[in-house]
Design a protein around this ligand. Structure first.
Ligand code: ATP
Length: 271
């Protein structure tokens, strides 16, 4: 039996409330929720519902979270896979996996397909960094394009894809009727970081009265939502290790230092 290369989730509880900041992006995906819930409203007037949208932005900014929230808000099944999984795959199966994925999504429509790291399969054809044959990746990409062209405008499957490298994508992906909408998901500004802290402080059980999200937002320029989620969790672990009964401002500052240390290490490895 073949290993499954995509994940199927129903009854997703994630909602727009879980996504802090990103007001513009949320407004744009709200429209997609509406297409999924009330397709006739649009098709009755002769409108063509878009098939795909590309979520573009740096790592950890909430692209996956936002895609899941669309599925949660519309209450539709969420089919997801990561482009990088395809790269590691055995030769000759990428295209058939894409076919399977679309078949399942159509059977369960309305539904969402989410392709994370689409650049791993969607890089411009003939311009890959990898040595050796790119036939497998190109076959996979071609199958994806075929599937998107193949389902009619009434299939009610919307394909969301995420990337932090929109510049390397094959232009064919962005053509009308494919990923013809781009939604930017940027790093949070100070006000948004405050909101993200508010979301991620919620699961912490005992927070000191000296915790102030505005202060925390000021201490974390350049942090992504994922980094902030990390800080909140790490601060609870640090407090526990010290034997504290609650999480204090100092624990947060220690966690921030630790995350900055981690980010610096990562950058060193990458450059
Ligand atoms: P990548 O490009 O690395 O896949 P991504 O943009 O898809 O990253 P997510 O996986 O959605 O980022 O974010 C990781 C986690 O960070 C989320 O599960 C959530 O806990 C937190 N997070 C990121 N952005 C936000 C946000 N805007 N509001 C609340 N939490 C966030």
């Amino acid at each position: 039996s073949k290993a499954k290369l995509f994940d199927e989730k129903t009854d997703i509880k994630t909602s727009f409330k879980d996504v802090a900041g990103l007001e513009g992006a949320k407004e744009e995906v709200q429209e997609i929720v509406d297409f999924l819930k009330f397709p006739e409203k649009y098709t009755n007037l002769g409108g063509k519902i878009p098939k795909g949208a590309l979520l573009v932005g740096p790592p950890g900014t909430g692209k996956t979270l936002l895609a899941r929230a669309v599925a949660g808000e519309a209450n539709v099944p969420f089919f997801s896979l990561s482009g990088s999984d395809f790269v590691e795959m055995f030769v000759g199966v990428g295209a058939s996996r894409v076919r399977d994925l679309f078949k399942q999504a159509k059977e369960k429509s309305p539904s969402i397909i989410f392709i994370d790291e689409i650049d791993a399969i969607g890089r411009s054809r003939g311009k890959s960094n990898f040595s050796g044959s790119n036939d497998e990746r190109e076959n996979t990409l071609n199958q994806l394009l075929t599937e998107m062209d193949g389902f009619g405008n009434n299939a009610n499957v919307i394909v969301l894809a995420a990337t932090n490298r929109a510049d390397v994508l094959d232009k064919a992906l962005m053509r009308a009727g494919r990923f013809d909408r781009q939604i930017y998901v940027d790093l949070p500004d100070i006000r948004e970081r405050k909101e993200i802290f508010e979301v991620h402080l919620r699961p912490l059980k005992k927070i000191g009265s000296d915790i102030d999200t505005e202060f925390l937002a000021k201490q974390t320029p350049g942090f992504s939502g994922a980094d902030i989620a990390n800080v909140c969790n790490e601060s609870a672990l640090i407090a526990a290790r010290k034997g504290n009964k609650q999480v204090t401002r100092q624990d947060f500052l220690d966690a921030v230092d630790r995350i900055i240390g981690g980010l610096e290490k990562k950058n060193k490895i990458m450059t």
